[in-house]
Design a protein. Structure first.
Length: 444
């Protein structure tokens, strides 16, 4: 079997001589010497195959993987040419492609007979067994996250986060975090993908367009976009839709040029838009808190305030280019929301672990105020749970097995002493403030 990644196919291959392409792949994948002698030998062999009777079983298989990752390649031309040559040689051609790309680009345009085979994602039972093999209790993983992990690519991203200590357990994962990491990973995994920053900007543009529609009180097609819209920075070309459709955009049934953002992708897009607005305010010397409130008012009409805020926090905690001031505003704003979901608590703790200094500054700001926020206990508890000493202990255990890493451990203890003292001081101080504000006869 010869396996070729679609991302390794140069555009010229669609117009080249297929026998030359095939022989090059055979030589490369068999670790043969690429010289005239080897090429002539394989040329004679393939000519003999073409003259021999067709075998009952294929002499060889050529598998081209991920056609949708090269959306501008002339796949129709190449497949028709390659299939004809391979049939004469007694071989078989296998292609793997996303269903949407195949339906839109290939199903009705190929002259070659195709036998489609649907390859499903892992079942929940299969996924649970994979998780147990890694010491992960499937029941501790949030249901929406567990559903996404059935996709092998997404599960691979989650595993990299865990192995790289970006998360301490799968409980810290949210669908939005997985989607964001998918964007970051696409920069190296897919040659046709936009750079992550550009893709983030494109998603934010979609979110801002929706926000403007909300402000204009548009009711119809509020979340619908057209690939061929005459204007608008958000416009998503067919090529970009082909590479991103699986997780971030969905085609509208019966409307081949229209698409929308699924709920989780919309949450992330709104998070990107919030961050852009806050960075713009910060850049121009305006209070980021005011900019945040301006963004949240129309988002509230979509009933997605908490989701959008958590998405913004998730991205800000990972992106080291986000300022501390911006992160503090997000923490204070998030704990002030009324309708948060308990399933968001563990992912929230994960952001605090990645941005402890900003979280502590937000806690100080909350404690210095007489105004009580509905979920400020999320922040104080997360600060205690996510201190440098606890993170260092976990990393040390992973690196050394028995946790006996004196240099790492002692260094972490010294660095975290001020942190832990600061948390205790803040907690005690707030208790006194609460005691003062309680009704007569009440205790904190």
């Amino acid at each position: 079997m010869l396996v070729v990644s679609a991302t390794d196919m140069s555009p010229a291959a669609a117009y080249g001589q297929f026998p030359t392409f095939l022989i090059s792949q055979v030589i490369r994948q068999s670790s043969d010497i690429d010289d005239d002698r080897s090429r002539n030998r394989w040329l004679r062999r393939t000519q003999a195959w073409s003259e021999a009777p067709k075998p009952e079983r294929p002499r060889f298989l050529l598998w081209v993987d991920g056609l949708n990752e090269q959306p501008t390649f002339e796949w129709r031309r190449w497949i028709d040419d390659a299939a004809a040559h391979i049939e004469r040689l007694g071989g078989a051609l296998i292609i793997t492609v996303r269903q949407g790309f195949y339906n839109e680009r290939l199903r009705h345009s190929l002259n070659t007979p195709i036998t489609p085979v649907s390859v499903p994602e892992w079942t929940l039972a299969e996924l649970d067994e994979l998780l147990r093999q890694q010491g992960i209790n499937p029941q501790e993983v949030a249901a929406p996250v567990r559903e996404r992990l059935r996709n092998p690519r997404i599960l691979g991203i989650a595993a990299r986060l865990l192995n790289g200590a970006q998360i301490q357990s799968f409980t810290e994962l949210s669908v939005e975090r997985l989607l964001y990491e998918h964007i970051r990973a696409s920069d190296t995994d897919t040659v046709s993908a936009e750079a992550p920053r550009l893709f983030e900007r494109r998603m934010a543009d979609h979110a801002r367009e929706i926000i403007e529609r909300v402000k204009a009180q548009q009711r119809d097609d509020r979340l619908i976009f057209d690939q061929f819209a005459a204007s608008g920075q958000y416009v998503l070309t067919a090529e970009r839709l082909a590479t991103a459709a699986e997780h971030f955009f969905q085609a509208i049934p019966g409307e081949p040029t229209l698409y929308t953002l699924p709920e989780d992708a919309l949450s992330l897009a709104l998070g990107f838009a919030i961050l852009q607005a806050l960075r713009g305010a910060e850049r121009n010397g305006r209070p980021v808190e005011e900019a945040l409130n301006e963004m949240l008012e129309p988002i509230a009409a979509l009933d997605m305030t908490a989701d959008a805020m958590l998405s913004a926090l998730l991205v800000a905690s990972v992106d080291d280019q986000m300022s501390k001031t911006l992160k503090v505003a997000l923490y204070v704003g998030f704990v002030g929301l009324q309708n948060t979901d308990d399933e968001d608590y563990e992912p929230f703790v994960g952001t605090v672990r990645l941005s402890p200094d900003a979280a502590l500054s937000a806690t100080e700001q909350l404690f210095s105020s007489d105004l009580r926020r509905p979920n400020e206990h999320w922040l104080t508890e997360a600060c205690v749970l996510s201190g440098p000493m606890r993170s260092a202990r976990t990393r040390s255990a992973r690196m050394f097995g028995d946790g006996s890493a004196p240099t790492v451990w002692n260094q972490a203890c010294r660095c975290s002493s001020a942190y832990d003292t600061r948390v205790r001081t803040l907690t005690i101080g707030r208790s006194k403030n609460r005691q003062r504000n309680l009704p007569v006869g009440w205790t904190a």
